[in-house]
Design a protein around this ligand. Structure first.
Ligand SMILES: Nc1ncnc2c1ncn2[C@@H]1O[C@H](COP(=O)(O)OP(=O)(O)OP(=O)(O)O)[C@@H](O)[C@H]1O
Ligand SMILES: [Mg+2]
Length: 253
């Protein structure tokens, strides 16, 4: 007698978890005078996904981030964000006359801000510097403080505008690991603007290229993390992304 082996049917019986959208941008246009920087741009950010956004200098990456952060009242088109948003910029933007822990919880309405600051600083490995003045921090420490300040807000959407670009190569590696660790623990959706194709390949689920005001290219990366830059999938994606950016892998256009 034939026995029925539970095969692919079992899989089909379990419905896939529904994809939740945290941010949705439809036909977003931003003009500065005569110049159209974002031109009817469409983008959806799913809950928990890690997106890297590449694009030439001046292509409108920061403009898009500012719109998503609710910092730009003049963008036209549809834009909706579900939940809270936090931003970390290229320069950490700490207030110099407040100590690190006070910077972390600046403007945060919680009963015990010091406790929240301590927890966030511990997560980024900066507990020892809680009482320090921002100007006495190293570049990497200041950027970790900036991450702690974003984290303490428990954002649904974390916007990172080239936060690692000023750091030396070794500090960047450490911060990449930290960001992945924080992302795994808290699972915000992340939109990371970067100029660094390798950074995008190491961190993101999806890499987008902004060009002529729209998302001109999308690559999905399914390689397991932690990733090694020499992973064959990444090597071919690197070539694809560089060509989407108008650069040949050797660096000659
Ligand atoms: N407030 C503003 N007034 C006028 N032009 C602006 C303003 N903000 C941005 N722009 C212009 O819009 C274009 C896109 O700027 P944006 O800062 O978004 O570029 P970006 O992709 O972030 O560049 P980069 O990689 O150099 O940071 C640029 O040409 C910039 O000069
Ligand atoms: Mg920018």
């Amino acid at each position: 007698m034939a026995t029925r082996v539970p095969g692919p049917l079992t899989l089909q019986e379990t419905p896939a978890p529904e994809r939740q959208v945290v941010a949705s941008v439809q036909g977003l246009t931003r003009r500065f005078g005569e110049r159209t920087v974002l031109d009817r741009l469409d983008l959806e950010v799913a809950r928990g996904e890690f997106i890297a956004l590449l694009g030439r200098s001046g292509s409108g990456k920061s403009t898009l981030l500012r719109a998503l952060a609710g910092l730009d009242g003049e963008a036209e088109g549809g834009l909706s964000v579900t939940g809270s948003v936090a931003v970390a910029f290229q320069e950490p933007r700490l207030v110099p006359w407040k100590r690190v822990h006070a910077n972390i919880t600046l403007g945060l309405a919680v009963p015990n801000p010091k406790e929240n600051a301590d927890a966030a600083l511990a997560e980024v490995g900066l507990s020892e510097r809680a009482g320090a003045w921002p100007l006495t921090l190293s570049g990497g420490e200041a950027q970790r403080a900036s991450l702690a300040r974003a984290l303490v807000r428990e954002p649904d959407l974390l916007l990172l505008d080239e936060p690692f670009s000023a750091l030396d190569a070794l500090t960047r590696i450490t911060i990449h690991q930290l960001v992945l660790q924080l992302w795994s623990a808290h699972r915000p959706s992340v939109l990371l603007v970067t100029h660094d194709v390798d950074e995008a390949l190491l961190l993101a689920d999806r890499v987008l290229v902004l060009d002529a005001g729209r998302i001109a290219h999308e690559s999905v990366i399914s390689a397991e993390r932690p990733r090694h830059r020499d992973h064959p999938d990444l090597t071919s994606l690197r070539t694809t992304l560089l060509s989407a950016l108008g650069v040949s892998p050797e660096g000659t256009s």
